[in-house]
Ligand binder design. Structure first.
Ligand SMILES: Nc1nc2c(ncn2[C@@H]2O[C@H](COP(=O)(O)OP(=O)(O)OP(=O)(O)O)[C@@H](O)[C@H]2O)c(=O)[nH]1
Ligand SMILES: [Mg+2]
Length: 421
C-alpha cells in the first residue's frame, strides 16, 4: 500500500515536470492568462496600471531632488493595446501646470487625452504647481492617468521677481493695462506663469528624466482619435516643435518684444539657425514682427531644445529686458520666436490630424476621409450656419496658411471650404 502511494507520487512529479518542460519549450504559449493575472506588460515597469488601478504616484516636491526617478525605460509593445511588435516606446511625458482649484478641469483634459490617445501608450504625466498639490488633487488625478503621475513643486526662484525688476513699476503697468482692458493685463500670477513656461518648466527636476513632452492645459478637448504615437513621430521625423493652432498675438502685450529679439540677433548671431523660419514670423526679412505665433497651450516638443545653450541665452536676454513684467509677454510668442529663429525650419511640425480645442479656437481635420477614420466629433462646417463655423485653421486670424506657404507644404483636401470667403 505504502509502496503503491510512493510510486503514484513519482508518477505525479514526473508528469508535472514533463508538462513544465512542454510549456517552456512551446513558443506559441498563450500569455493571456498571465496578462489577466499580472496586468499588461507596461504595468511590469511599475509605472503604469491602466485606468483601473495599479499605477504609481510620485511626489517630487523637494526642488533639489532629481526628478521623478522615472527612467521611463522603453517597454515591450503591448499586444492588448494593438501596438506592432516593432513599436518603440519613447522617453516622453505629458506636462500640466495647474493649481489645486483646476482639479476637475485637469481631470477633464486627462480624460480627453487618455480616451483618444494615451490608453494605448501609457505615457507618464508630470503635474507642476507653485503651491503644494493637495492629497485630494494627487489621488484623484493619479486615478485617471494610465502612466505614472508625477507631482513636481516649482521652486520660488522659478516663480518670482528677479532682483533687477522694479516691482513698483511692474504694479503701475498692471494698473494701466487693466484700465486699457488688455487681456490678463491686470494679473500678476499670469505674468509669473508666462515667465515660468518660457524659462523654467523644462528646468523642473520632475522633467529631467524625459526628452519629449506634450503640454496639456485644463479644459481642453481632443476631437479625433490619435492613431499613432506622436512622440515616435517627432523622433522618427527629426521634429522638435509641434503645434495645432497658430494665430496673431495681441500687440499691446508685446510692444517691445521684437526690438529685444533684434537686439539678441545682433548680439548672438551664432545662435540664429542658418535654415531658420524667420519668414513665418516676419514679412519684411526681420524688420518687424508679424505677430504670428504657435498657440502654446498645446505643444509636443523636444525638451532638449529648451535646454540648449541657444535657448537659454535667448531666454536670459529677454528676461533681463523685463518685458515679462513691464509688459505682458506671453510664453506663446516667446516659444514661437525662439523655435522659428533657433531651430532648423524642418524641425517644426503642424499636426493637421490632431483635432484640438482650447477656448475659443479649434483645429479639426477638414478632409472627410480623415474625419471619419479618426472618429472626429467636431462638427463639419457644412452642417453649421456661417456664424458658427469655427474650424479656425484656414480662416483669416490663423497663421497656419502662412506656415504652409513659407514651409512649402501642401494644404489638406477640402481646406478651401473652410475659409472666410
Ligand atoms: N500653478 C499655477 N498654475 C497656473 C497659474 N496661472 C495659470 N496656471 C496654469 O497655467 C496654464 C495657463 O493658464 P490659463 O489660465 O489657461 O491661461 P490661458 O490659456 O492664456 O487663458 P485661458 O483662456 O483662461 O485658458 C494652465 O495650465 C493653468 O492651469 C498659477 O497661478 N499657478
Ligand atoms: Mg488655458
Amino acid at each position: 500500500m505504502v509502496r503503491g502511494l510512493r510510486v503514484l507520487r513519482y508518477v505525479v512529479v514526473a508528469v508535472t515536470l514533463l508538462l513544465i518542460i512542454y510549456k517552456v519549450s512551446n513558443k506559441d504559449v498563450d500569455l493571456s492568462e498571465y496578462t489577466k493575472k499580472f496586468g499588461n506588460v507596461n504595468s511590469l515597469r511599475g509605472t503604469t496600471g491602466g485606468l483601473h488601478g495599479g499605477k504609481a504616484e510620485e511626489d517630487v516636491s523637494a526642488p533639489a531632488t532629481t526628478a521623478g526617478n522615472s527612467s521611463p525605460a522603453p517597454a515591450q509593445p503591448n499586444a492588448a493595446d494593438g501596438l506592432a511588435s516593432t513599436y518603440e516606446r519613447q522617453n516622453a511625458t505629458f506636462v500640466t501646470l495647474a493649481r489645486n482649484q483646476d482639479l476637475w478641469a485637469v481631470v477633464g483634459s486627462i480624460r480627453e487625452v487618455e480616451d483618444r490617445y494615451n490608453h494605448k501608450y501609457h505615457y507618464d504625466w508630470v503635474f507642476l504647481n507653485d503651491a503644494e498639490f493637495t492629497e485630494e488633487f494627487k489621488t484623484i488625478v493619479s486615478s485617471f492617468v494610465s502612466g505614472k503621475a508625477v507631482f513636481g513643486h516649482i521652486p520660488p526662484e522659478h516663480w518670482s521677481y528677479p532682483d533687477w525688476i522694479d516691482q513698483e513699476k511692474a504694479a503701475l503697468v498692471r494698473e494701466e493695462m487693466n484700465e486699457k482692458k488688455i487681456i490678463y493685463g491686470f494679473s500678476e500670477p499670469y505674468r509669473h506663469m508666462c515667465r515660468f513656461e518660457s524659462g523654467f518648466f523644462w528646468r523642473n527636476p520632475a522633467l529631467d528624466a524625459y526628452k519629449y513632452y506634450w503640454r496639456v492645459e485644463p479644459h481642453i478637448k481632443l476631437f479625433c482619435d490619435i492613431d499613432y504615437d506622436l512622440f515616435a513621430f517627432m523622433k522618427n521625423n527629426k521634429k522638435s516643435y509641434g503645434f495645432t493652432i497658430s494665430l496673431y498675438e495681441y500687440e499691446a502685450t508685446i510692444e517691445t518684444l521684437w526690438k529685444t529679439v533684434k537686439g539678441f540677433m545682433a548680439e548672438y548671431p551664432q545662435h540664429i539657425h542658418p535654415n531658420n523660419a524667420l519668414n513665418f514670423i516676419s514679412d519684411d526679412g526681420g524688420e518687424t514682427y508679424n505677430l504670428c505665433h504657435f498657440w502654446s497651450n498645446f505643444e509636443v516638443g523636444d525638451l532638449d531644445f529648451w535646454r540648449s545653450d541657444a535657448y537659454r541665452a535667448f531666454f536670459d536676454y529677454l528676461d533681463k529686458a523685463g518685458g515679462f513684467f513691464y509688459e505682458r509677454w506671453g510664453d506663446a510668442p516667446v516659444h514661437s520666436i525662439a523655435a522659428a529663429l533657433l531651430m532648423d525650419r524642418s524641425e517644426l511640425h503642424y499636426f493637421n490630424d490632431v483635432g484640438y480645442w482650447h477656448v475659443p479656437f479649434q483645429n479639426c481635420p477638414v478632409d472627410e476621409e480623415t474625419r471619419r477614420r479618426l472618429h472626429c466629433t467636431c462638427p463639419s462646417d457644412d452642417s453649421l450656419p456661417p456664424d458658427q463655423r469655427n474650424i479656425f485653421t484656414w480662416r483669416g486670424y490663423s497663421c497656419t496658411p502662412r506656415f504652409h506657404k513659407v514651409q512649402g507644404l501642401e494644404r489638406p483636401k477640402g481646406w478651401i471650404e473652410h475659409t472666410d470667403k
